[in-house]
Write a protein that binds this ligand. Structure first.
Ligand SMILES: [Zn+2]
Ligand SMILES: [Zn+2]
Length: 422
């Protein structure tokens, strides 16, 4: 027997209302802020992620699905959504459009991680990117959009944390201090952190191991090393977030797991799970487009994990609207009635009423049971008597009330009940 690969899941029909609910909320929110949809390929050249996400990050070191295709190219299944969008921005000449270019996507994300609740090897994200504007007002608007998205979904008890991790001007001095701090405690570090210390010191703050936590708490803070430009940017961000009445906290230890961030980083988390389950995270990436060979172009963005959102919708018992079921099940008895049923199902569908029927001759009882199982509102019954006299027996499956309806009137009769049409 085959099984789905570890860390993947089938999204079954009963889960689909959650997905549609989130998709609708994300698209409505995106439109509200002037973002347009973009779709990029599921795989890209491996180098795109190695160069942008960064050597020494967990993603590049241990989590990417990289493979050689038959032409010998090194390809990687998308482990995050920002680099592909920036690649498209450059390749498709979007620098010549009105800036900032605001884009959103829904995409599967692939990371070879240890599967656990809400964490999959294929998971799905909504991402939002605004490219071509460096002002902190844009960061604030983006964070406001993220916050509104969760309000739209009906998720409560969330925290918003922000930080600034500086720029290429001020970060070297900070990194030196950070290294110094951890170097003094080298022996206490976990094996991964010993490597991080040499390769990518900012990642030290990311370590989730309890043995490394106390060191992170005592570590120097990037906000104490900001240059004038970064410091002004961070001040404006805070002031704009206050204008928008967003309840933010400053978390000086938050750096996010990607190398390309500059200045603003932020995360939104459920209150009770502080740090354990981020449902949205992002930040500014002013050097990224340049790193990919484009002109210097600032950008800012965030992504949300759909599976994590669903987990939280369920935890908070948020009511999600169900999907419409078929409206009419046409029940038939006998060969001639079967032909009439086939025609009737066709007429109903042509009129925009969703209708289903049995494919082979079965007892009336079996067909009514089937009609119940499909969740139909009505059963339209055609037997010998009905066929002869040109009417159907329309049974409301919720009230069990029956009435005769003329063949030619059926479509109108089920339409005026206000049931869902396609
Ligand atoms: Zn700076
Ligand atoms: Zn560690």
């Amino acid at each position: 027997m085959f099984q789905a690969p570890r860390g993947t899941q089938d999204i079954l029909p009963q889960e689909q209302p959650y997905w549609l609910f989130i998709q609708n909320a994300a698209e409505a929110t995106a439109r509200l802020y002037g973002y347009e949809r973009i779709d990029t390929p599921v795989f890209e050249e491996a180098g795109l992620f190695v160069r942008t996400v960064g050597v020494g990050t967990d993603i590049v070191e241990k989590e990417m699905y990289t493979f050689k295709d038959l032409g010998g190219g090194q390809l990687t299944l998308r482990p995050e959504g920002t680099a592909p969008v920036c690649r498209a921005y450059i390749e498709r000449g979007m620098a010549s459009l009105v800036q900032p270019v605001k884009l959103f996507y829904q995409a599967p994300i692939f990371r070879y991680e240890r599967p656990q609740a809400g964490r999959f090897r294929q998971h799905h994200q909504f991402g939002f990117e605004a490219i071509g504007e460096g002002d902190a007002a844009l960061d604030a608007e983006l964070i406001d959009m993220a916050w509104r998205f969760f309000q739209e979904l009906g998720l409560n008890k969330l925290t918003l944390q922000i930080n600034s991790i500086g720029c290429p001007v001020c970060r070297p001095a900070y990194l030196a201090k950070l290294k110094e701090h951890y170097d003094e405690h080298r022996e206490e570090l976990c094996e991964d952190c010993k490597i991080r210390l040499d390769k990518n010191a900012l990642r030290l703050l990311d370590c989730k191991k309890t043995s490394c936590q106390p060191l992170s708490e005592l570590a120097p803070r990037s906000i104490d090393f900001l240059c004038v430009e970064c410091s002004d940017h961070f001040s404006k961000l805070k002031s704009n977030l206050r204008i928008l009445r967003l309840p933010f906290e400053i978390n000086p230890g938050m750096v996010r797991g990607l190398d390309y961030y500059t200045k603003t980083v932020f995360e939104i988390q459920p209150e009770e799970e502080r740090g354990q389950s981020t449902i949205a995270g992002g930040g500014r990436y002013d050097g990224l487009i340049e790193q990919l060979g484009g002109k210097h172009t600032p950008g800012v963005g965030f992504a949300t994990g759909i599976e994590r959102i669903i987990l939280n919708l369920k935890k908070q018992n948020v009511n999600v609207p169900g999907l419409p079921k078929p409206s009419v099940f046409v029940v038939w008895m006998g060969e001639e009635a079967g032909k009439a049923a086939a025609r009737m199902v066709g007429d109903l569908r042509a009129a925009g009423v969703s209708a289903v029927t049995a494919f082979t001759a079965r007892s009336m009882k079996a067909q009514l049971r089937q009609a119940d199982g499909t969740g139909c509102h009505f059963a339209a019954i055609i037997g010998a008597e009905e066929l002869e006299q040109g009417f159907i027996t329309l049974r409301d499956l919720r009230t069990a009330q029956q009435e005769p309806v003329d063949f030619s009137k059926l479509v109108d009769r089920v339409k005026i009940t206000g049931i869902e049409t396609l």
